[in-house]
Design a protein around this ligand. Structure first.
Ligand SMILES: Nc1ncnc2c1ncn2[C@@H]1O[C@H](COP(=O)(O)OP(=O)(O)O)[C@@H](O)[C@H]1O
Ligand SMILES: [Mg+2]
Length: 258
């Protein structure tokens, strides 16, 4: 059997006396959309940040593409193929939509400042490639006609799509999305579900932290449920939705179905 794209084992994070993530195990396979759900404070963002490399685990292991990477900084993991969005929006609000996406491509730039300084042919070629790539990503997200707009002037749903565009511009193998549907209206959420499906169709795996149950149930191949730092269930949407423990701690209350 080939190794999963991402393997999480015994992942634990303690904040003071609080165990925010307690020996969490799961994997993400190639081309899979995996949901990470649970009530507020369950430890979703904590697990997400450890996987992204922006929060050090207290203990446990993380393997990506067959290599252990605990202790490797987030920007290095981004270069290896893990891209993320943030729960709090992370756009450069006063830059254009296109420039925001171009900034997302930068890990692939080869020409350094010296190239830019003398405006070498290689630099100009690279600039053109970055432009083309950024425009292609905007097209993929349905934002082609908004490239020249200032990011902060976009409608809320488009801003959230722009965040995904920025993450995709880095050409990840694994895309981590933290509550991408937060604050979206039902139309925007439907569109997001469809977009995540198309991202998977390109071969990118997705780990999706989300409260919006229609999005989660509509797109995930597998769902992991956390509660108070512990994994309490794992399975297909149908299995998880009918799990009595999951229903009693989460689906019966905190989750939104709009
Ligand atoms: N930096 C931190 N310092 C102290 N406690 C934290 C920190 N980050 C998260 N926590 C706590 O860890 C628990 C899990 O938080 P979090 O991972 O944000 O949950 P979720 O994303 O599922 O809502 C919460 O009780 C939260 O207050
Ligand atoms: Mg969170």
């Amino acid at each position: 059997m080939t190794e999963p794209l991402l393997q999480v084992n015994g992942l634990t994070r303690v904040f003071g006396g609080l165990v925010a993530a307690n020996a969490v195990d799961f994997s993400v396979l190639d081309g899979e959309v995996v949901g990470l759900i649970g009530p507020n404070g369950a430890g979703k963002t904590t697990v997400f940040n450890m996987i992204a490399g922006s929060l050090a685990p207290t203990s446990g292991s993380l393997r990506f593409r067959g290599e252990d990477y605990v202790g490797t900084p987030a920007h290095r993991m981004a270069q290896r193929g893990i891209a993320r969005t943030f729960q709090i929006t992370s756009l450069f609000p006063t830059l254009s939509v296109l420039d925001n996406v171009k900034l997302g491509t930068h890990r692939h730039k080869k020409t350094g400042w010296w190239g830019a300084t003398v405006f070498s042919a290689a630099y100009r070629r690279e600039e053109q490639e970055v432009d083309d790539k950024a425009n292609a990503v905007l097209g993929f997200l349905g934002l082609s006609d908004k490239g020249a707009r200032i990011a902060q002037n976009l409608a809320y749903g488009d801003q959230r799509r722009l965040e995904i565009a920025i993450a995709l511009a880095a050409e990840p193998v694994l895309l981590l999305l933290d509550e991408p549907a937060a604050g979206m209206n039902p139309d925007e959420a439907r569109r997001l579900t469809e977009t995540i499906g198309r991202i998977r169709d390109t071969g990118v795996s997705v780990l999706l932290v989300e409260h919006h149950m229609r999005v989660v149930m509509g797109i995930c191949d597998r769902i992991i449920v956390l509660n108070q730092g512990n994994k309490i269930a794992e399975g297909t949407p149908a299995v998880v939705a009918n799990d009595p423990t999951v229903v009693s701690v989460y689906l019966g209350r905190g989750a939104t179905g709009a």
